[in-house]
Write a new protein. Structure first.
Length: 194
């Protein structure tokens, strides 16, 4: 699935309101946008919307919807959202996820833990410790592996926060620019106290 950054700007007589999404799934974005549009139309009958989408930091698309009523605005925005997220692809992924949940087994190294009782932060640490000791790995790769192993999503912003905390605590090493950071667990480490 593509990595999507989305910004929605709404202008009405009260000013400009912004809503930003980064790396979130279609259903989550759709629900928040519906609430955002509801909020905008509480105070006005018409509004203007501008939407900018970046797909994998390569493709940029934007749309302007001028002086729309509620129904038109919501319909246009949701159609654009379907296009950006390629909803047919999303449906296929949902089928795969449903199959995956039914047939999912955890890796051997996770057998001694109860994943339901681990925090996201602990899960990230265990993944790095057991799958990538003394190896450099990018946060995007950790995210994909996390979602595959644990069968649940993790926001890239949350993952980046955990990795930054691991780095500032001396648990992992870090290299590269902000956009291309890599992390490494320097040696076999027991679980840090969270």
């Amino acid at each position: 699935m593509s990595y999507i950054y989305l910004e929605v700007n709404a202008s009405d007589r009260n000013g400009i309101s912004r809503l930003k999404f980064e790396g979130q799934y279609y259903e989550e974005v759709k629900e928040r946008i519906k609430k955002f549009v509801d909020y905008i139309f509480k105070s006005d009958e018409h509004a203007e919307f501008k939407i900018e989408a970046k797909i994998d930091e390569v493709v940029t698309l934007d749309r302007n919807f001028r002086r729309c009523d509620y129904t038109t605005a919501l319909s246009n925005i949701l159609e654009f959202l379907k296009y950006i997220y390629d909803v047919d692809e999303v449906e296929e992924e949902r089928k795969f996820e449903s199959y995956y949940e039914k047939s999912h087994t955890y890796p051997d190294w996770l057998q001694g833990y109860d994943p339901a009782n681990l925090t996201q932060r602990e899960k990230v640490f265990l993944l790095i410790k057991h799958n990538h000791p003394e190896e450099w790995i990018r946060s995007q790769d950790i995210r994909i592996e996390y979602e595959t192993i644990y069968g649940e999503s993790i926001k890239l912003s949350s993952l980046s926060t955990y990795l930054a905390r691991f780095y500032s605590s001396g648990i992992v090493n870090r290299r590269g620019t902000r956009a291309q950071r890599e992390y490494m667990l320097p040696q076999k480490v027991s679980s840090p106290s969270f």
